[in-house]
Design a protein around this ligand. Sequence first.
Ligand SMILES: C[S@@+](CC[C@H](N)C(=O)[O-])C[C@H]1O[C@@H](n2cnc3c(N)ncnc32)[C@H](O)[C@@H]1O
Length: 185
Amino acid sequence: MIRPGSTKATNNTDKYLQLKIKLRVDALDNKEKNVLDCFAGDSIIWSEVKKRVNFDFKRFTIDADSRFKTDYTGNALTYLKTNNIESYDVIDLDSWGSPIKYLEYIFNTKFKGVVICTFCSPVSLNPDKILAQISFGKIYENTNKKSILAKNIGSMFEQYLVSKGIKEYKGLLYKKRIYCSFIIK
Ligand SMILES: C[S@@+](CC[C@H](N)C(=O)[O-])C[C@H]1O[C@@H](n2cnc3c(N)ncnc32)[C@H](O)[C@@H]1O
């Protein structure tokens, strides 16, 4: 679901902003990498990254909201599906809600590189259906959704990554707070 853009709604609270910046600085690895920023918004995070590195890097920006004047205005999933994403070194999924449907697509391409994810799920939301199906198997279909809500989305996300062959990540996967990066080799 696309919600209106707002700098107040970026989940960039001070507490986690530093971690989000660090994950991106680390993803560049002191090299002039080619970044695909799928949820660019006001570019709060990458503006900070730029101040902290002393080399240039390319960044293609996407946002569904035309107010942000990105390189591509529209649904990030449409961009991913209609462009050669293998030419990028880093894909940034600083999404609202769940990044899973974008990850599902990326894992089915030949993309090799760093993926950076944010998964901010308010308490009132169910965990992503794909995550729940992986974690609970067939039980998911018959489970009262309220009971699923009590589960740790961070560990469900970790299980999801393992199911895709990703065993190492940087950052935080904790309950409903997911700010992480990992490498698809
Ligand atoms: C968490 S904010 C991004 C913040 C940004 N990374 C920054 O540093 O300022 C999420 C952004 O995703 C955009 N958005 C929501 N759904 C989208 C979609 N399907 N495709 C592309 N952009 C989307 C919103 O308009 C919003 O600007």
